[in-house]
Design a protein around this ligand. Structure first.
Ligand code: CUA
Length: 477
């Protein structure tokens, strides 16, 4: 005979320690494991394949599951009573199936009187199978729990979806491209609701249903490893992520599809204003006016740092990067007044970098174009006010005395201005011209340097520079 593998089943730790020590002295005996109850032994016996299972218990513990254990994985069970030391040996060879069936029947009829610690799923009235019935019964009971949990997951998923859906996380939708974004967003919300329910329901269900009952003192069932479950919880999230990636790629391609009659709008961002040029119409504006129902090809660039063009009602967003042109396609679907926001932290005035967006009916848009392209009758201070608006000067310089990123223009003309180095200069025509063309030459005390772009030498005509000075002059108190 080769070496005997022994699996000990005992709730009495002192007893099994002593036994283990005694057995380890024997050269041809190896203790392969210790379990606290027969259910754990059954789970472990599949992998440990013991020759003998040694059960330290009173006779009432060795019941159907023990015989099943013997039938399936072990040739012998030896039971030792912890109270009187008596011993019973059950050899597989000595118990044929018929005897085992009779024994099971006998155990069932006497089962009512047992007052051992029993798990809910092993209640005597459920004992209805023949020898080897233990796993079948367990499977049936776990199926019951599984169905109950699945129904709860479905209910909680619906409730959480409805709850999240009623919060209205997004503002009004005003573009055709945004409808796709909203669809994807809604799908994410439902998947999130399902995952939340899956985790929370299974956790709470286990806490409530499988809690320790009064009088229970043993450990719970020890299990480790479940290949099927691990494969399932790898495949399903992988599939979900791949599905969303595919859907996202498809929708991105739809959102960026070109329309042949798209209208180009060049958007120039700078600290801290937006300028909108319509190259086909020859219009420059501080407000983004758009006709409803026509695709707009937005070409973005920046004069200084990175900004980001974002109209929440249109849903989509794009960075404006100095030195390059980025694009965005928008088809406005709802007339109304919205705001373009800067979505990239770009400096002290980032929070106030807002621009008006007006979506109008095509006829109203044509009327606006006609008005803008009519020969300008503006001159002097009136032209200066217009230039200040379209060039974005008023994003940093207020005309009402409030302090923004740069000095206010109200009452500035001819005033004594204290510079960063402590000297005073008079804000005359010469000073204002230099402040526009070389903004970093004379920094006013209390204001940051290198904020105003040095681009106006190239972008403003002599007439516009003079008009700006006239406008500032008109604001003198
Ligand atoms: Cu521009 Cu933030």
């Amino acid at each position: 005979m080769g070496q005997k593998h022994i699996l000990i089943v005992s709730q009495y730790s002192l007893f099994d320690q002593g036994l283990r020590a005694a057995l380890s002295q024997q050269p041809d005996i190896e203790v392969v494991g210790v379990c606290r109850d027969l259910e754990a032994a059954y789970a472990q016996a599949q992998s440990l394949r013991p020759d003998v299972v040694l059960v330290i218990s009173g006779p009432e513990i060795v019941r159907d599951s023990a015989f099943h254990l013997m039938e399936e994985v072990s040739s012998s069970i030896i039971r030792i009573s912890p109270t009187d030391g008596s011993m019973q040996v059950y050899h597989r060879e000595q118990v044929d199936q018929a005897t085992l069936d009779d024994l099971m029947a006998a155990i069932q009829t006497t089962a009512i009187g047992w007052k051992t610690e029993q798990r809910e799923d092993l209640e005597p009235e459920q004992v209805e199978s023949k020898a080897g019935g233990y796993p079948t019964r367990r499977r049936r009971t776990s199926m019951k729990h599984f169905i109950a949990a699945a129904v709860l997951v479905a209910i909680v998923t619906v409730l959480v979806s409805i709850g999240l859906g009623s919060i209205h996380l997004l503002p009004q939708l005003a573009s055709e491209e945004g409808a796709l974004v909203d669809g994807l967003f809604g799908l994410h919300i439902r998947v999130i609701a399902f995952l939340f329910s899956l985790i929370v329901v299974f956790t709470l269900y286990s806490v409530v249903v499988f809690r320790r009952k009064p009088g229970e003192t043993g450990d719970g069932l020890h299990t480790h490893g479940n290949t099927a479950l691990e494969i399932i919880w790898t495949i399903i999230p992988l599939g979900t992520v791949l599905y969303f990636a595919t859907l996202g790629a498809q929708q991105l391609s739809q959102i960026t599809t070109q329309s042949p009659e798209a209208m180009v709008v060049e958007v120039t961002a700078q600290q801290f204003s937006w300028r909108f040029d319509y190259p086909d119409l020859g219009i420059s504006s501080a407000e983004l006016n758009l006709p409803r129902g026509r695709q707009i090809l937005v070409k973005l660039t920046s004069n200084d740092v990175i900004h980001s063009f974002w109209v929440p009602e249109f849903r989509i967003k794009q960075d404006a990067v100095p030195g390059m042109t980025t694009t965005l396609r928008i088809t406005p679907s709802q007339t109304g007044q919205y705001k373009v926001r800067c979505a990239e932290l770009c400096g002290t005035g980032h929070y106030s970098m807002l621009g008006a967006v007006n979506v109008m009916e095509p006829t109203d848009f044509e009327a606006w174009v006609a008005k803008e392209t009519a020969p300008s009758e503006l001159a002097g201070a009136e032209l200066g006010a217009e230039v200040a608006k379209t060039q974005g000067c008023i994003g940093c310089h207020s005309t009402d005395g409030s302090q923004l990123v740069g000095p206010s223009w109200l009452g500035l003309y001819d005033k004594q201005v204290t510079l960063e180095d402590g000297t005073n200069v008079q804000a005359d025509d010469e000073y204002l011209r230099r402040a526009i063309l070389e903004p970093n030459a004379q920094i006013v005390k209390g204001f940051p340097a290198n904020v105003m772009p040095s681009i106006y030498q190239n972008t403003l005509s002599e007439e516009e520079i003079q008009a700006l000075i006239d406008y500032i002059k008109s604001l003198a108190e």
